[in-house]
Design a protein around this ligand. Structure first.
Ligand code: AKG
Length: 264
């Protein structure tokens, strides 16, 4: 099969880097939307590859508790050539390395989060570092979550909600939730969410397929159910500095990859 992820690495530094305004906004908000980074053709290739991967009955495909459909397909760069190339794509890596001061980074988690029409389940209010720290012994909240929208994300099909600036006071208190999300997640309780949301209005990034989103490891966010008739799939690559790698290896490899070879 021919894959379309062919962005020329040579032009990456000029075209893919964030400008100073974007860098400032990312520092302030902890989340930034980068429209039009991937083309419709590229997204189509990703979605085509996904069909066979989601159909597999493997532990890397995590299913919803109520419907049994795949909510998250993980370890994708080890399962398909297209995703192996995608995790090395400069449009993802250049802005990530730029905000981390150019340090070597590895692919900590590589997945697609799917929310099927009508059934797509919620993920509670959380920030990623709480799970990275408690489950994997990651020392510092330095990882970045890089999303590519694989469907149009609208207000209807379960877009993520963020509290911009919620990272600025440091990681908020959390507790382990094993019931309301399709896998165990360290979540932020209603009191903390209410107080953070009083200071900063919520944002809900939307956009056509190919839109990219980058957010930091301690930014509080949530994912409501998809009650619409339309799917909402998002590719997510979590990158982490090699120096900040996990100290504990008790979770399965697809939840936090043990291979910390720096991405190109
Ligand atoms: O895609 C989703 O529904 C949830 C994504 C999320 O919360 C995350 O990537 O941390």
């Amino acid at each position: 099969m021919e894959h379309n992820i062919t962005h020329p690495a040579l032009s990456a530094l000029s075209t893919d880097a964030l400008n100073s305004e974007q860098l400032q906004a990312f520092e302030r908000d902890g989340v930034i939307v980068l429209p039009g980074r991937f083309s419709a053709d590229e997204v189509e290739s990703i979605n085509a590859a996904l069909v066979e991967l989601i159909a597999e009955n493997v532990p890397e495909n995590i299913r919803e508790k109520s419907s049994g459909v795949v909510r998250t397909a993980m370890g994708l760069h080890l399962r398909h050539e297209l995703f192996r190339r995608l995790v090395n794509d400069p449009r993802l890596l250049v802005p990530a390395r730029q905000t981390l001061g150019g340090v070597p980074i590895y692919a900590q988690q590589v997945k697609v989060n799917a929310k099927e029409p009508f059934t797509g389940e919620q993920w509670q209010w959380h920030y990623d570092f709480a799970t990275h720290h408690h489950e994997d012994g990651v020392p510092e909240p330095l990882a970045l979550n890089l999303h590519i929208f694989l469907d149009e994300v609208t207000e209807f099909n379960g877009p993520l909600m963020f509290i911009p600036g919620s990272h600025l006071d440091g990681p908020a208190p959390t507790s382990l939730d094993t019931t309301t999300t399709s896998f165990p997640l360290w979540t932020v309780g209603p009191d903390v969410v209410s107080s953070l949301a009083q200071r900063n209005a919520l944002v809900c990034p939307k956009g056509p397929p190919g839109t990219m989103l980058m957010f930091g490891d301690s930014v509080v966010h949530a994912s409501p159910p998809n009650m619409s008739p339309w799917p909402r799939r998002i590719f997510s690559l979590i990158v982490n500095p090699v120096s900040n790698r996990q100290r504990s290896h008790r979770r399965a490899d697809h939840l936090h990859h043990r291979d910390t070879t720096p991405l190109r």
